[in-house]
Design a protein around this ligand. Structure first.
Ligand code: EPU
Length: 360
């Protein structure tokens, strides 16, 4: 560790020469790299543009017993006040390559460092369907499978064929098929049992050549109906989603936030019956296996927290699932606000809600 540190401070070549080509920065404020704009400093930070660079820098950190954290766009990650005493690796691996083409679909391999929405735009321009309702989501391609990103009826698990990753356990690049990623609602092995093991380097999606077709997700269908839209091109759907999101979700570049701050609640049928007895209008979506998804935004709104300002965090009045950092200066402000909201929902509905973004 001291090797790494002194080589950076003095700008000299590290003695073990692995960091040679890398630009390592020290004491970097994580609030500048996360869209909630909170948290302490990272001891070291670097960017990698190839798998080889990633492997070298990862191995070197491990030999020096430095913990490693992988950061994409920082749009779904919260940094704590104590900062991170290890090395943050920002993935900047590029790539957009058509690797398969048949009558019905195109298969595209994407570098993990690509900006997610630029990729969605390119696939829409190519008249491909599968990720168009996931337009305007901030972040990178490599971050998308971690929480199984989803919006307006699509989630990445629907089109992801496979991905490649650096497996820090076996110290090699591996390919994982969709079925090996353990996808479920806003979840995968990458934030579950294999958390910290893999670094995603590319994602391969199989996209359809068909036009998007109804029925669309409720809010999207409503938007299209209201405008009398009957021809559903890829661009029409992308434009509609962008407009809906612009109205309901604050732009993180202007108002610090991480999109949905809570996951929607998954409850059992007996809990739903109990909830419905006092709240017959509660929206709910059947998930199979006797489980139901309840919009946490609805629960927070009906627990009288809409628009509330708690420890500097604002419960967004257009979508209570979103917390905006209006005047919080520390992670602990955010944690206090989060715990109050969770407590109020638990006291009101006997439902335990969970934070969605990961934490450094
Ligand atoms: N609702 C309320 N009050 C609120 C928010 C929502 O009553 O404050 C109700 C709505 O009226 C609707 C239902 O809850 O009946 C669902 O709302 P919406 O369709 O807006 O979606 P959501 O459950 O709030 C999820 C995702 C979003 C995604 C939208 C659209 C999660 C955690 N969030 O939100 O994802 O864009 O669906 O598909 O699953 C994100 O993850 O950052 C994100 C923005």
């Amino acid at each position: 560790m001291s090797d790494l540190n002194s080589s950076i401070v003095q700008g000299a070549t590290p003695s073990n020469d692995i960091m040679l080509a890398m630009d390592i920065h020290t004491n970097i404020p994580l609030k500048n790299f996360t869209t909630m704009r909170l948290g302490g400093n990272a001891r070291f930070m670097t960017e990698v543009r190839t798998e080889q660079e990633l492997i070298e820098v990862y191995r070197n950190a491990k030999t020096q017993n430095l913990p490693v954290f992988i950061l994409g766009g920082g749009s779904n990650v919260i940094a704590k006040d104590e900062g991170f005493k290890g090395l943050i690796i920002r993935i900047r691996i590029p790539g957009f390559e058509v690797i398969g083409d048949d009558l019905h679909s195109k298969t595209i391999k994407l570098g993990a460092g690509e900006d997610w929405d630029s990729v969605v735009k390119r696939t829409v321009d190519m008249r491909l369907s599968g990720i168009e309702t996931m337009s305007a989501i901030p972040g990178t391609v490599g971050g998308a499978p971690v929480q199984n990103v989803g919006a307006y009826g699509q989630e990445i698990a629907d089109t992801l064929q496979s991905l490649t990753a650096y497996d820090s356990q076996s110290d090699q690049i591996v390919t994982l098929q969709n079925s090996e990623c353990g996808f479920s609602y806003r979840h995968s092995i990458f934030r579950g049992e294999a958390s910290g093991r893999y670094v995603i380097t590319s994602v391969t999606l199989k996209l359809s050549k068909n036009l998007p077709h109804p029925p669309f997700y409720e809010a999207l269908q409503k938007y299209l109906d209201e405008r009398g839209t009957t021809i559903f091109t890829h661009q029409v759907i992308r434009d509609a989603v962008i407009a809906i999101r612009a109205d309901k979700l604050p732009d993180p570049a202007k108002l610090p936030n991480t999109g949905s701050f809570f996951k929607n609640a998954i409850i059992e049928d007996w809990q739903l019956n109990e909830l419905k007895s006092n709240n017959p209008d509660v929206p709910n979506y059947e998930m199979g296996d006797g489980k139901f998804k309840i919009p946490t935004g609805w629960l927070i709104e009906h627990a009288s927290l809409k628009g509330a300002l708690i420890h500097g965090m604002r419960v967004h009045d257009k979508n209570c699932l979103v917390l905006i950092n209006e005047s919080a200066s520390t992670y602990s402000d955010l944690a206090s606000a989060r715990d109050e909201i969770i407590g109020k929902v638990r006291d009101t509905y006997r439902i335990q809600i969970e934070q969605e973004p990961l934490e450094i």
